[in-house]
Design a protein around this ligand. Structure first.
Ligand SMILES: Nc1ncnc2c1ncn2[C@@H]1O[C@H](COP(=O)(O)OP(=O)(O)O)[C@@H](O)[C@H]1O
Ligand SMILES: [Mg+2]
Length: 161
C-alpha cells in the first residue's frame, strides 16, 4: 500500500493537512485516525469538517461514540471508539448501517472495532514528536488518490516523503 509521511509542526499544520484531505473527500470514504491520546485526531476531524463547510462546533465523540454532520455536500459520521470494549457493542449501535451508506466516516481508535471494519480509503497513523510536532503516515489503497494527495500535501508541507 502506498504511504506518505510528513511532520505536522503544530495544531495549525494539522488543520491545514485536514483541509488537503477534505479537498479530496468523496461520499462513502472511510478515514481511519490511529494514534495515542492527544495526538491530534479530533483536531484533524475539526479541520476536515471546517474545510467541508461546517461552521459549528466539533465535539469529541468520546462519550457519544458518534457525532453526525449533515453537510450540504454529504453526511459525515465522526466516531471515537475509545470506549468500545467489545466489537459486539458496535453491532448494537448500528455501526454497519453507518458504514454502509453514502456518508463519509472518520474513525478515531479504529483498532477497537477489530475486524468489524471494511478496508479504509485512507488510514492515518500518528506518532508524537518533540514538543508540538506530530509525525503522520497516510496509507492509501487507491493509486490515483495517493498521487493527488502526494502532490497536494507537497504544496503545503516541505517535510512530505
Ligand atoms: N501538531 C499538533 N496537532 C494537533 N494538535 C496538537 C498539535 N500540537 C499540540 N496539539 C494539541 O494537542 C491536543 C490534541 O487533542 P485532540 O485533537 O483532542 O487529540 P486526540 O483526538 O488525538 O486525542 C490539542 O490540545 C492540541 O491543541
Ligand atoms: Mg479524539
Amino acid at each position: 500500500m502506498a504511504s506518505i509521511r510528513l511532520t505536522l509542526d503544530d495544531e495549525a499544520a494539522t488543520l491545514r493537512c485536514a483541509g488537503v484531505l477534505a479537498a479530496c473527500a468523496q461520499p462513502g470514504m472511510l478515514l481511519l485516525l490511529e494514534g495515542p491520546l492527544a495526538a491530534g485526531k479530533t483536531t484533524f476531524a475539526r479541520g476536515f469538517l471546517r474545510a467541508l463547510g461546517h461552521l459549528g462546533q466539533v465535539k469529541s465523540p468520546t462519550f457519544t461514540v458518534v457525532e453526525s454532520y449533515y453537510l450540504p455536500c454529504f453526511t459525515v459520521h465522526h466516531f471515537d471508539l475509545y470506549r468500545i470494549n467489545d466489537p459486539d457493542e458496535l453491532h448494537y449501535l448500528g455501526f454497519d448501517d453507518f458504514l454502509a451508506g453514502d456518508a463519509l466516516c472518520l474513525i478515531e481508535w479504529p483498532s477497537r472495532a477489530a475486524h468489524a471494519l471494511p478496508s479504509a480509503t485512507v488510514a492515518i497513523h500518528w506518532q508524537l514528536g518533540v514538543g508540538e510536532s506530530r509525525e503522520i503516515t497516510l496509507e492509501c489503497g487507491d493509486e490515483n488518490l495517493y498521487k493527488t494527495l502526494h502532490v497536494e500535501l507537497k504544496k503545503c508541507f516541505i517535510s512530505v516523503l
